[in-house]
Design a protein around this ligand. Sequence first.
Ligand SMILES: [Zn+2]
Length: 354
Amino acid sequence: MNAVRLLEFLVSKPSVSGNEGKIATSLSGILCREGFKIQREGNSIWFTLGKRDRPHVLLLSHLDTVPPCASWNSDPFKAHIEDGKIIGLGANDAKGSVAAMILTAREIQHRDPEGSITFAFVADEESGGEGIRTIKPKLGHIDAALVGEPTGLQICTAQRGLLILRCIAHGKASHAAHAHLGENAIHKAARDISRLAVMEFEAHEDLGATRAEVTQITGGLARNQVPDRCDFVDLRTTPNLDHATVAAEIGARLESEVAIHSHRYEPVATNASEVVVCAALEVADASAGIGSVTTSDWAFLKGIPTVKVGPGNTNRSHRPNEYLLLSELEKGVVFYNRFIHTYFRMAAAEVVHV
Ligand SMILES: [Zn+2]
């Protein structure tokens, strides 16, 4: 097994979110043959290496993909190699990270690391994070985590959250010809939408400002009736602000009723002084972490010092002709390998220091 063959294999197993059964079964087979003692819950699989319990580091990535969009030039479920690229759905997001982690696991399999490492490849990342949320309680205490996503091997230390609000403007219906007897809910919503457009929240140093984006609006039943209700969904990402506070602040400023529709993707950030950040930055030969506007399963690891880093480029995700460069895959394997060694070395020094 080499990284390229493994990635081709993973891409050729269709695993659109919600349909990861086949990839989970075939990958379990491969990992068992390689001697890993895997555990499986639903379509998420994991295994742990190392005889010493602590420190315990988690390397996590996902097996699922989004559905293929139109305009692919080739079969998205058949990996092919062209011009130094592996092209296929999920090659970049995030099967490249999965392949690089498995190769890393093979390299350290027969050594005795200074702690333990759990490798977890989960389902449902693209559809709500059910995979990681289900297995996390079974993983035991985790001292640090690395989430494999395409970051160009840059160290991501902050990630935006996602808060979806449902705003409902209530009005009073009347015949459009007697508008003065009614109260137009669409007019009320329009005033609130203008308020949202100029609302400002405290900016985060790596991720910038939080903004409200109105992405959908529904209201009005008939052309000749003053509408009594108008809903607008406000989809927003928040970096350093508490979701409940943001929702309350918006609620206080709008005429409309404001309800939280979804808040499970909390924004997350890891302090630069954490060992996991220092180790990752040293391996990347970088001086500082970056912020990431896309969310991931990291949102469900709140409280665990975590970095998000992996081979590939986030701009290629969820798009036709997704690819990973062979050179990126190779660098990914080297990176994860060095990361584990560096993390354990630094964590040991930290203990002595204390
Ligand atoms: Zn991803």
